[in-house]
Design a protein around this ligand. Structure first.
Ligand SMILES: [Zn+2]
Ligand SMILES: [Zn+2]
Length: 102
Protein backbone atom coordinates (compact mmCIF):
# COMPACT_ATOMS: atom_id res chain seq x y z
CA UNK A 1 0.00 0.00 0.00
CA UNK A 2 1.33 3.41 -1.00
CA UNK A 3 0.36 6.71 0.57
CA UNK A 4 0.54 10.17 -0.91
CA UNK A 5 3.52 12.16 0.42
CA UNK A 6 1.41 15.30 0.37
CA UNK A 7 -1.96 14.41 1.83
CA UNK A 8 -1.42 10.86 3.09
CA UNK A 9 -4.32 9.51 1.07
CA UNK A 10 -4.19 6.07 -0.46
CA UNK A 11 -2.55 6.04 -3.90
CA UNK A 12 -3.73 3.85 -6.75
CA UNK A 13 -1.59 2.44 -9.57
CA UNK A 14 -2.34 4.03 -12.95
CA UNK A 15 -0.35 3.64 -16.17
CA UNK A 16 2.84 2.72 -14.41
CA UNK A 17 2.72 5.41 -11.74
CA UNK A 18 0.98 5.75 -8.40
CA UNK A 19 -1.71 8.43 -8.38
CA UNK A 20 -3.21 9.98 -5.29
CA UNK A 21 -6.99 9.60 -5.16
CA UNK A 22 -7.42 12.88 -3.37
CA UNK A 23 -4.95 15.44 -4.74
CA UNK A 24 -3.86 13.74 -7.94
CA UNK A 25 -0.15 13.68 -7.08
CA UNK A 26 1.81 11.20 -9.14
CA UNK A 27 4.70 9.17 -7.79
CA UNK A 28 6.90 6.68 -9.59
CA UNK A 29 6.15 3.13 -8.63
CA UNK A 30 8.76 1.48 -6.47
CA UNK A 31 11.24 -0.59 -8.43
CA UNK A 32 10.09 -4.17 -8.44
CA UNK A 33 13.28 -5.81 -9.57
CA UNK A 34 15.43 -5.59 -12.69
CA UNK A 35 13.66 -5.08 -15.99
CA UNK A 36 16.05 -7.31 -17.92
CA UNK A 37 15.35 -10.97 -18.04
CA UNK A 38 17.58 -12.69 -15.54
CA UNK A 39 17.46 -15.96 -17.43
CA UNK A 40 19.02 -14.35 -20.46
CA UNK A 41 21.83 -12.89 -18.44
CA UNK A 42 22.54 -16.12 -16.62
CA UNK A 43 22.96 -17.85 -19.91
CA UNK A 44 25.80 -15.58 -20.94
CA UNK A 45 27.54 -14.77 -17.72
CA UNK A 46 30.18 -17.19 -16.59
CA UNK A 47 29.93 -17.55 -12.85
CA UNK A 48 32.87 -16.40 -10.82
CA UNK A 49 34.16 -18.87 -8.32
CA UNK A 50 34.27 -17.68 -4.76
CA UNK A 51 37.12 -19.90 -3.77
CA UNK A 52 40.05 -19.70 -6.14
CA UNK A 53 39.75 -23.08 -7.82
CA UNK A 54 40.26 -24.80 -4.48
CA UNK A 55 39.78 -28.53 -4.68
CA UNK A 56 38.60 -28.55 -8.27
CA UNK A 57 39.54 -31.41 -10.56
CA UNK A 58 41.64 -30.63 -13.59
CA UNK A 59 41.39 -31.89 -17.11
CA UNK A 60 43.35 -31.62 -20.32
CA UNK A 61 41.72 -28.71 -22.05
CA UNK A 62 43.31 -26.07 -24.18
CA UNK A 63 42.90 -22.54 -22.89
CA UNK A 64 41.70 -20.26 -25.71
CA UNK A 65 43.56 -17.36 -24.13
CA UNK A 66 47.07 -18.57 -23.43
CA UNK A 67 47.25 -22.04 -24.96
CA UNK A 68 47.86 -23.75 -21.63
CA UNK A 69 46.60 -27.35 -21.80
CA UNK A 70 45.31 -27.86 -18.26
CA UNK A 71 42.12 -26.42 -16.83
CA UNK A 72 40.04 -26.80 -13.71
CA UNK A 73 36.48 -27.79 -14.40
CA UNK A 74 33.16 -27.88 -12.60
CA UNK A 75 29.52 -28.34 -13.37
CA UNK A 76 26.92 -25.68 -13.02
CA UNK A 77 23.24 -26.19 -13.52
CA UNK A 78 21.64 -23.37 -15.44
CA UNK A 79 18.13 -22.06 -15.24
CA UNK A 80 15.83 -24.97 -14.47
CA UNK A 81 16.41 -28.51 -13.30
CA UNK A 82 15.11 -29.80 -16.61
CA UNK A 83 18.15 -28.59 -18.46
CA UNK A 84 21.41 -30.39 -18.55
CA UNK A 85 24.39 -29.26 -16.57
CA UNK A 86 26.97 -27.08 -18.21
CA UNK A 87 30.67 -27.64 -17.80
CA UNK A 88 32.89 -24.70 -16.98
CA UNK A 89 36.63 -24.55 -17.32
CA UNK A 90 39.23 -22.34 -15.74
CA UNK A 91 42.78 -22.20 -17.02
CA UNK A 92 45.29 -23.23 -14.36
CA UNK A 93 47.73 -20.70 -15.72
CA UNK A 94 45.91 -17.48 -16.55
CA UNK A 95 42.61 -18.11 -14.73
CA UNK A 96 40.64 -17.50 -17.91
CA UNK A 97 37.19 -19.03 -17.42
CA UNK A 98 34.89 -20.34 -20.12
CA UNK A 99 32.00 -22.70 -20.57
CA UNK A 100 31.72 -25.70 -22.73
CA UNK A 101 29.64 -25.41 -25.85
CA UNK A 102 28.61 -28.45 -27.78
ZN1 LIG B 1 -2.46 13.42 -2.24
ZN1 LIG C 1 45.11 -19.65 -20.00
Amino acid sequence: MEFCPDCKSIMIPKQGVMVCRKCGRKVQKKESGPMVSRTNQLDRVVPVLEEVSAGLPTTRMRCPECGNDTAYWWLRQLRSADESEVRFFRCTKCSNTWREYD
